[in-house]
Every structure is written in C-alpha cells, then in structure tokens.
Design a binder for this molecule. Sequence first.
Ligand code: SAH
Ligand code: AVI
Length: 320
Amino acid sequence: MLYPNMRELLSERFALDDEFASAVLGGLSRPQKTLPCRFFYDARGSELFEAITRLPEYYPTRTETAILKAHAAEMVEGLPEGGVLVEFGSGSSRKTEIVLRQLPGLAAYVMIDVSQAALAGAKQRLAQHFPTLDVRAIVADFSLPLSLPDDLRGRAKTGFFPGSTIGNLTPGEAVRLLRVFRTALAPQGRLIIGADLKKDARRLVLAYNDGAGVTAAFNLNLLARINRELGGDFDLGAFRHEAIYNPRHGRIEMHLISQKDQCVTIQGQRFSFQAGESIHTENSYKYAIDQFQDLARAADWQPRRVWTDADAMFSVHELG
Ligand code: SAH
Ligand code: AVI
C-alpha cells in the first residue's frame, strides 16, 4: 500500500478538492482572471510536465541535473548520519536520485507533492533503485505547515527544493514559503534550492513556447481538469496558450487567451470572456544570484554556497 494512514490521506484529498473549486471560482471572478498554477498537476498535468522537462527548448531541467551531478557530493557534505531528506514539490523525484546516491546513511526520504500520481510513480521507481530506503509520500500543499511523521520528528532534516518551483510564487509569497520551510526544517536545517537565472528574454520565451506544443497542452490541461473535476464546459479549442516575458517583474507569464466572446459555466456560475481576454495561469520568476540571496535573507535564511553551470543559466543555492 502506498500510504500508511489512508484516512488521513483521504481527508487531505477532500480538502484539496474543495480548495480547487474555491480557487477556480474566485480566480475567474477577478478583473484579471487567474488560476493558481499548483492545479496544473493532476495525473495528466504531471505527465505533461515530465514531457516538458525533455524538450530541447526547456533548458532548466537538464541544466540543474548537470549541476547536481557535478556537485551533489559537496552539497550534502557534513550532513549527519540518520537524517531525513525532505523534498517539496518532488514530482518524479528524478533529480533526487542524484542526491540520494550521496546519502547512504539517510533514515528516510520524505516527498511532498500535490500530485498523487507523481508521488505514486516516484515511489515505485525509488523502490526499485533504492530498495532499502525508507520513502514516505505525503500528498499536501507544501505552503501549509508541515507535520512530519512522529517517528521522524527528532531527526536532523535537510530540505530539497529543485526545479525553480520557488519561481512560480511572487517574491512576497516566496519569502513566506521559505519561512514555512525554515520552521519545518528547524532547528538546524539546511535547504538546497534551485532557482532559474535571469537571461536573454528570447531564450526564456522559447523555453515556454516549445515547437511541439507540449507547454500549450500543459497550460490548456488546466481547463480540461476544471471540466472533468468541477463540471465546467470550457471549449479547449476556443483558448490559446501564450507565454511572454514581463521585464518589469522579471518573470515569464503564462496565459490562456480567449479566441472569441464566450461564456463558460462552472458549478452553475457563468463567466464571460471577451475575445482576446486572458486567464493568467502561471508566473515563473527569474532571479540573479544576489537577488535570490536577498530573498533568502528576508526569510531568515543565511545564503551559503551557490553552484551554477558554465553558461550561467541556472543556480542551485545552499541556505543554512
Ligand atoms: N521537483 C521536480 C518537479 C518540479 S514541477 C523537478 O525539479 O523537476 C513542480 C512540482 O511541484 C510538481 O510536481 C507539482 O505537483 C508540485 N507542486 C506545485 N505546487 C505545489 C504546492 N503548492 N504544494 C505541493 N506541491 C506542489
Ligand atoms: C515547475 N516550474 C518551475 C516550471 C517553470 O518553469 O516555471 C513549470 C513550467 N511551466 C511551463 N513550463 C514549465
């Protein structure tokens, strides 16, 4: 069985479902319609994200993976035996394998994600590659206070937050999240965290507008999820994917653009769209190294070491 305590997990699922409905109805009622990007990751969304990671245009995954391969041993240097690795938004946990190979004395690996499908897939693969490792899967929103399983509470904890998922939050939300992690990993936690670097806007825009249309499918899948789980009647053919770089905020923005005047009904509520009107579905902030370190300081972390690739595309920070 995947989870030791099914009752807890089920109530967690219902909480997530209610939250989906209120986030969608609330987000589509605003003057600038929005949908929170954490809802991209149903089973299909997690699968599409994995496909994105393999796209030629999407440099972050392969660049961060290369940084981890080159430096994972240094990154985990000095971690006490019998500690716990806690990963936030673990997805497929493929990058984690690089770190786990350097941590033979680990007591447990705790992976936290909103995507039950991603956790199930990762758990199965890790059981094959690390048969003796104690792996705990927690379906939860990582921005909520984390309560670790009782038997792991007293152990030293190291946080792992790769992928630049921190960039999907506004800087204010990112500081709040880093504070939540600080508490979850106390008293002496360390955090290894990936952050995509600022770069030429054309390169960024290409990474979110791939030629094969996988990112478009990932974006539009959010509407399919609303139709399926909330009884919506979005016509997916009547919206198109758009990704732009917003230099004022230093972020990629993903939008879904209505192709005509239209109305959509979700759980009995009608939402009207004008031709050309957008639903803002995701931000992906890009940080210079010193900007990211300032953000970490604002959340009471001390920036320690930082690793990048030769082309300065991506950064991995150690915070203590
Ligand atoms: N860490 C992986 C996956 C990154 S994709 C990598 O580096 O490749 C982002 C992951 O974070 C997805 O698996 C998504 O389901 C998860 N996620 C996004 N928002 C979340 C939230 N608020 N709480 C928990 N998981 C979240
Ligand atoms: C998970 N996250 C860091 C990805 C990103 O690059 O912002 C999600 C993504 N959206 C479109 N492509 C990838």
